[in-house]
Design a protein around this ligand. Structure first.
Ligand code: ADP
Ligand code: MG
Length: 569
């Protein structure tokens, strides 16, 4: 056939890439392999940034946190069966945390999988993904790719954000269709996460309750950070004069040094507040379910809750004033209502909080100043607190047990969405995935503060960090083990279940891939090494030697460990 009569063709590979690009996808996080290797190559060729990891769970975590940071679904790409399952952990974690993410996985042939005839990497991935994410779709026809990508994006970011699974059987990639028809089949998603305006009566109810409060409190959660309604949230706090506490990933939404920040008086305010306004925070285990000894006597506290998910209301305790809608719209509506007369909270409440806060901050300051060897968590964190104070636009990634709990309390944050951590599940293993995406998405230096155990779950990604030459500085709080490095096996046969090779030099791992490795034993050395890394932007791993006896079992959440009642002799 002559050039004019030859039909122009497209195929699954190109339609997926075109559909993603049409919807503003700039980066894919994944691990190549059958059947998506060529797809990754082509995506790269077509200008999408493709970041290849060493393990799918880390790629998935990277996509999830990219979703949190940008309000656009992060994309993770995996191979079938085992690769898919590895990515699925991250997808489930993203869904639990309300982060928008799409896991795109290649899969084996439907005909063989469904008859269970033993295909290469055979698995009914769609069925397995379904209960663990917000929505799951499979595409069998190239002509449906446009619609499928649109549905996946909408499902991930609208309403309560979450994880979406998109199943692409190997055959789909090479299916051809007419190029013009293909172009027409693509969908550009309009207004993917529409504003959800609260009902005026619900706003009125919330304002009434708030106005009558003697000891009001605002709790900011990571939903508020995600919503990117930073100015509105700040205006609400400052106009109302209501003290607030940030949940871990909401730190920095207002600077932790803000006069109304009550984080340092957390136990006091949770117990004594009479009206609590939750903004994008769930009353789950992280807030002791809104009841019990952390809180005031039953029935003495009233809750107002702002959330986009109606079913979140009354999930743990009665919500006196549910305010369902997006945070920007709800907060703006409250602010507008306050314009018609608002008086600041009684000063005996704010004075009481301030004096508790000052006392606690002074007590903590003592512990941060020690410049001795071996370091404990506080003395090492004192140095890192200073680093973030001097570099407020750096991103802090944080995981571990003691390393997490103590860093959360010690390191002040100054800007929104700069603290990325273990989230709702308190899961270990997010560190390197989050660090990679944080660097890629923000272009800013990243400081990853990692327990030695936590780091182990994603440590191989230091190669990825070096390969892409990312400005990531990893600090490992190395106390030789999980919680502590001092346990022994009572039988004397093996190492204790919670200890690692003593004196391990994680910094050498970084050197193996051309990064900078440093070993430090004092807070001053630590501060110098981190500053140098942040200034140079070179991939760096600092092994910070921490007293193996420092740290407590499970950090702040030791009470979650079941106890044996049968006493040993
Ligand atoms: P934290 O762990 O910081 O307390 P959670 O993850 O428990 O935060 O809660 C976040 C809440 O924010 C979820 O209930 C989610 O539905 C809600 N949310 C997320 N995005 C928005 C938004 N744009 N508007 C309103 N609520 C939101
Ligand atoms: Mg440890």
């Amino acid at each position: 056939p002559s050039a004019e009569t030859e039909q122009e063709l497209t195929d699954g590979f190109h339609l997926i890439i075109d559909a993603l690009k049409l919807n503003g996808v700039e980066t894919i996080y994944g691990v190549p392999g059958i059947p998506i290797t060529d797809f990754g190559r082509m995506a790269q060729e077509e200008g999408i940034r493709v970041i290849s990891f060493r393990h799918e769970q880390n790629a998935g975590n990277a996509a999830a946190i990219a979703g949190f940071m940008t309000k656009k679904p992060g994309i993770c790409l995996t191979v079938s069966a085992p690769g898919f399952l590895n990515g699925l952990t991250a997808l489930a974690n993203a869904t639990t945390n309300c982060f928008p993410m799409i896991l795109i996985s290649g899969s084996s042939e439907r005909e063989i999988v469904d008859l269970q005839q033993g295909d290469y990497e055979e698995m009914d991935q769609l069925a397995i993904a379904k209960p663990l994410c917000k929505a799951a779709f499979r595409v069998l026809h190239a002509a449906d790719i446009g619609i499928a990508v649109a549905r996946a994006i909408r499902a991930a970011v609208s309403g309560r954000p979450g994880g979406v699974y998109l199943d692409l059987p190997a055959k789909l990639f090479s299916q051809v269709m007419d190029a013009e028809e293909g172009r027409k089949s693509l969908v550009k998603v309009i207004d993917a996460a529409p504003a959800q305006i609260p009902a005026p009566s619900a706003v009125e109810r919330a304002l009434e309750l708030l106005k009558g409060a003697k000891r009001p409190l605002i709790i900011l959660g990571k939903g508020a950070a995600y919503a990117q309604a930073d100015d509105e949230v700040r205006a609400l706090v400052e106009t109302s004069g209501i003290p607030y506490i940030p949940m871990s990933m909401a730190k920095g939404l207002l600077p932790d040094t803000h006069p109304l920040a009550a984080g340092a008086a957390r136990s006091l305010v949770l117990k004594e507040a009479d009206v609590v306004l939750l903004i994008g925070a769930r009353l789950n285990w992280l807030l002791s379910h809104g009841k019990g000894k952390t809180w005031g006597a039953p029935g003495t506290q009233k809750f107002i809750q702002i959330d986009i998910e109606p079913r979140e209301m009354d999930s743990n305790v009665e919500i006196a004033a549910p305010l369902v809608g997006d945070i920007g719209s709800c907060v703006s509506a409250l602010l507008a209502g306050m314009g018609n007369g608002w008086s600041m909270p009684p000063s005996d409440w704010t004075d009481k909080i301030n004096s508790r806060k000052e006392a606690n901050i002074a007590k903590m300051a003592q512990r941060l100043l020690k410049n001795s060897t071996p370091m404990d968590f506080h003395s090492a964190l004192g140095a890192l607190k200073q680093v973030i104070k001097e570099r407020p636009d750096a991103i802090l990634v944080n995981e571990g047990a003691n390393t997490l709990d103590l860093a959360r309390g010690v390191i002040d944050m100054y800007q929104p969405r700069k603290r990325l951590d273990v989230g709702t599940w308190g899961v270990m293993g997010i560190g390197m995935g989050f660090a990679v995406a944080a660097a890629i998405e923000s272009g800013k230096p990243v400081l990853a503060v990692e327990g030695d155990s936590a780091f182990g779950f994603s440590g191989m990604e230091v190669e990825t960090i070096c390969r892409y030459n990312l400005p990531v500085c990893i600090v490992i709080f190395n106390n030789n083990g999980i919680y502590r490095g001092t346990d022994i096996d009572p039988t004397g046969r093996d190492p204790a279940t919670t200890v690692f090779v003593p004196g391990a030099r994680y910094d050498k791992m970084m050197e193996a891939f051309g990064g900078v490795g440093v070993n430090v034993t004092t807070p001053d050395e630590l501060k110098r090494a981190v500053d140098e890394a942040m200034d140079s932007g070179k991939p760096t791993l600092i092994n910070a030697e921490i007293d193996p006896a420092a740290g407590s079992e499970s950090g702040n959440i030791g009470s979650l460990n079941p106890q044996s009642v049968v006493k040993k002799k």
